[in-house]
Each structure stands twice: as structure tokens, then as C-alpha cells.
Design a protein around this ligand. Sequence first.
Ligand code: AN7
Length: 344
Amino acid sequence: MTYQGLIHRYGQYLDLPAHTQIVSLNEGNTPLIPMPRLSRELGCELFIKFEGLNPTGSFKDRGMTAAISEAVGRGAKTVICASTGNTAASAAAYAARAGLRSIVLIPEGKVAVGKLAGAIAYGAEVIQIQGSFDDALSLVVEITQKTPIALVNSINPYRIEGQKTSSFEICDVLGSAPDWLCLPVGNAGNITSYWAGFKQYQKGLPQILGVQAEGAAPLVLGHPVEKPETVATAIRIGKPARGEQALEAAHESNGRIIAASDAKILEAQHILASEGVWVEPASAAGFAGLVAETAKGTLDAKGKKVVVVCTGHGMKDPSIITESFESPRVIPANYQALVDVVGA
Ligand code: AN7
């Protein structure tokens, strides 16, 4: 039997209503990739949980299979979300799979091209908002309170249920929870889900390092950020819906939430790619945080098992790479010209 997705595999651990009708794209079951070179450099046993290998290229598919399965089962015809991009693509794909109408609200001009293209390809009605993700989220909350349209942002509790499964997979592969789990934090659904998942699975608990972008770090500053800005557009969020739960997860796990600068996030993206894992900028934030904390001596990773969650694929945001490099050199189509360049 081929793998049939998260609900099929872990449904017994997920609090989903009886009316749930499974809509799956075989999401989840993503690789936990050992990183031997970076492990040696950091003195720990480092693994990347590469969530960019989900069907739409991000971890959002875990929560979306659950949210859409529930919505379909209760007879919803239309789903809506606010999104910095990945939720939009995921909602669009699962809605398409289920034959539902999908509407996605995105902040104008601030969504990476691979995500926008995905949302359009899967047939979503895409609406740009003259405002931030936070403005878009308020709007979708209001319309779902006043109409039968179903909300599939991570305020929806079934999103959290689905996203818990990544903790289960990590424990199943390692045999127990890692010592540290590092991940980016935006609207704070994912950190909430991981912590709930580890607690429920009872295979040990990691310390959690949540990482926000410096220009969008409400949980580090202790207050909302009116105009969040970061190159990591996925986490360009100033009022995280599950901010309280994120702080609780960090605190209960004896971990913390920190901020990383855009420069450090891009550097982390480059370092991960240099060992073969290309992730989008936001997805490199967890690793940027790990590097910063170990360098400062505030996180002792020595000899520890560390899982860094890379939430989205590098191909989601190709422009961040292509805009920062000169285009490749051009040579005549002859052998000598090639040898001259290669230096053979
Ligand atoms: C690659 O798609 O909020 O802390 O609307 O796309 O659970 O919000 C995306 C968030 C991390 C943060 N990494 O996760 C959206 C959206 C990537 C992301 C996050 C997002 P949360």
C-alpha cells in the first residue's frame, strides 16, 4: 500500500471530528536529513527536517489536509485564508483537490513568486490587500464570522492538529525527541503545533528555539509590530495569532524565542545550501538562530541531537537568489573557450 498521507498514518492521535472526509496529497513523511559537515562544525548531531518536500513545497500541507478534510466533511463550499504565500498555495491545492472554491488574501507585492504562482496554478482567487498579512488576517476572520466561508488559517484548530504530525515523525525516526528543535516563527501556529505534538507523543521533550526576523519580532519585543519588514517575507508578521502559545511553548520547553537579522538569515540560507539543502529565507531562520546562540555560548549544542525545521523549499523564492548574483558568464560554443574558463 502506498503512503496515504498524515491523517491515514497518524489519525488516531489527531483530534478531528467524526464528519472529517480525508483530502490528501500524500503530504508529510518528509526526510530528516543528517548534516554531517555542519554537525562537525557545530559539535552537535544536526538534522534538517525538510518540510519543503511536502506536495506544495511547505509545511503548511500538514495542517491543510486536516483543515480541508474537516471543512469538506461539514459541507463547506468555499475556503479562505490570509497568507504570506505558503498557506495560500497549500489552501489552493487542497481546495482544488476537494473541489472547493478558494480565496486567498495576500499583502500587496510581498509574496514570493513561487508561492503566488502556486496559488494561481491551483486555481485560487487571489486578492492583494493594501496592507500587511495582519490586516488580511483581520479581514478573513471577519468574513468567516459573517458568512459560511470556512477559515483555513492556523487559528483553525484542525490546522494545529495536522501540523503536530511533524513531531511524531521526528520521534519515530530518532526513536525519541531531539534535545533541541529550532524553527522560524511567524504567525506562531507551527511552534504551537510542534510543542503540542511532542507533549502528546510522550517520547521526550526538546528545548525549543523559535526564531523571528529582526524587523518582524513582536514576540521578542513584547509588543505588536505595526509595519513588519524582512527579506523573509513568509514571516513578515507583526501580530502573531498564536503569540501567547508560542511564548508558552518556548518557556515550558526551557527554550526561547529570539530574533535574527536579515543578513544572518540569508547567510544561513547560503550555509544550508552549501551542504545541499536549499530552503527559502524564512526557513533558514531556525538555523541562523542556532548558529548565533552557539557562537554566543548561550546554547550548548555540544554532543546534542538538534533538529532544525526548514519549513519551505528554496524554489518558493527564486528571486532572492537570482537578484543577488550576476547572471552566469557566457562563452562561445566551442571546446577551447570551455577549457579556458574551466582551467583544465
Ligand atoms: C516558510 O503562509 O504565515 O509561525 O501565510 O511560510 O506557523 O506562522 C507562513 C508562515 C515559517 C511561520 N516558514 O510559521 C503564511 C504564513 C515558512 C512560512 C512560517 C511560515 P507560523
